[in-house]
Design a protein around this ligand. Sequence first.
Ligand SMILES: Cc1cc2nc3c(=O)[nH]c(=O)nc-3n(C[C@H](O)[C@H](O)[C@H](O)COP(=O)(O)OP(=O)(O)OC[C@H]3O[C@@H](n4cnc5c(N)ncnc54)[C@H](O)[C@@H]3O)c2cc1C
Length: 384
Amino acid sequence: MEKAADVVIVGGGVIGTSIAYHLALKKAGRVVVLEKGQCGEGSTSRCVGGIRSQFSTEINIRFSLEALKAFYRFKEELGVDPEFRQIGYLFLATTEPELEVFKQNVALQKKFGIPVEFLASDEIEKRCPYLRMEDILGGTFCAWDGYAGPSEVLSGFVSGARRAGVKIYEGTEVIGIAQQSGQVTGVKTKQGTIDAPVVVNAAGPFASIIGEMAGLKVPVKPLRRQVFVTGPYRLTDGTIPLTIDFHRGWYFRQEVDGFLLSGPLDKEPSYNVSTDYEAMVEAAENATYRVPAMEKARIARGWGGLYEISPDNHAILGSVPGLQGFILANGFSGHGFQHSPVVGQVIAELVTGGRATTIDITPLSIERFAKGELLLEPMTVFKE
Ligand SMILES: Cc1cc2nc3c(=O)[nH]c(=O)nc-3n(C[C@H](O)[C@H](O)[C@H](O)COP(=O)(O)OP(=O)(O)OC[C@H]3O[C@@H](n4cnc5c(N)ncnc54)[C@H](O)[C@@H]3O)c2cc1C
C-alpha cells in the first residue's frame, strides 16, 4: 500500500468509487480508495436501484436531471450496461394534503421540463386495473423514472477508476483520521498510514463513525430497510411502473419474473441488516391491500440494508468548516445510488477546482444544520 496519496477516499461503495473515477478523469493525482470489506458490500449491494426525477426540491431535481444524462451515456463511457429500465414511477396519494403536495411537485418538476403527469383516480384505474382504488385520490407518473442495476453501476465505476489509475484496497479499514493545525494529513489503517492532504468520507451508513475519527459530528443515522421478492408471478402482460403507496411508505415493482416489495424502515438506528418475520408480514399485508391479486404470490427471499439518513433527508456534501481537506459525501437518505454519478462529478470539481460547477452544492453543506437552514423533501419513499 502507498505511504502517500493526493486524495484518500474512505468507502468503496457506489459513492466512493464514483468520486474516485471522476477524480481520475480530472487528473487529480494519486487517488486511493480504502474499503474495509469488499467494494459494494454496504448499502450499494442492498439497494433496489430506483432512479427518479420526481423530487420536490430543486437541488434534488437538479441532481436527478444530471444523473439521467450520466445513466444514458454510462455504457458508452464506462463499458458496462447499467441496465437502466425506464418503467416509470407512479406515486399514489390517499389523503388531501398528499394530493396538494403532489400538485405542487408537478408544478415544480414541469418548470424543469420533466414530463410528469398528474393523474386523476379514474385514469390510474384505467392504467393499473390491478390496484385497489377505493382510497386513491390521485397520483403522479413520470415515464423517465425507473431503475438500474447497482452492481452494474458499481462495477462500471470500479473498472473505470482502476483503468484511470486509481488504487482500490479492499479489506483495509480506516481506523483514524490524522490532522494537524486544522488540516487533514492522512488516514490510519490497520495496515499502516497513508499521508494525504484530502480525505473524502464516503462511508455510507458509517459516515458518523468516520466523522468522529476526525472530531466531527456528521449527523447521519443508519436505519434498516427490509425488502422482499416474490417467486415468479404475473399480474398483467403490460409494464407495471414502480408504484409507491405514499401514505403507507410502501412500494413495489417488477423484479425479473416476480415482484419486489418494500418492507418497513426501522425507527431506531442500528447496523442490523437481518430480515425478520414481522417485516415480511408487513410487506405482504401492504402488497395484498394495494394489489389484491398479490395474495396468490409467494415471498421467496428478502434482505435488509441501511439507509443513511440525514436530519432533512438531503445529502451532506462538501468541505467542513475548521478542517481543511476533509470532504463529506454522506447522508443520501435512500437516494444515493441514483445520484452517485453526479456526486462523483461535483466532489471531483470541488477537490480539483475549489468549487462544484455542475451544480452548486452550497445548500447541501453540513453548515446548514448549525445555521438552521434545513431543506425539506417530502417525496421520500419512507415514513419515519
Ligand atoms: C433497501 C434499500 C433500498 C435502496 N433503494 C434505493 C433506490 O431505489 N435508489 C437509490 O438511489 N438509493 C437507494 N438506496 C440507498 C443507496 O443504497 C445508498 O444511498 C447508496 O448505496 C450509498 O452509497 P455509499 O457508497 O455512500 O454507501 P455504501 O454502499 O454503504 O458504501 C460505504 C462503504 O464504506 C465502507 N466503510 C465503512 N466504514 C469504513 C472504514 N472505517 N474503512 C473503510 N471502509 C469503510 C463500507 O464497508 C461500505 O462498503 C437504498 C438503500 C437500501 C438499504
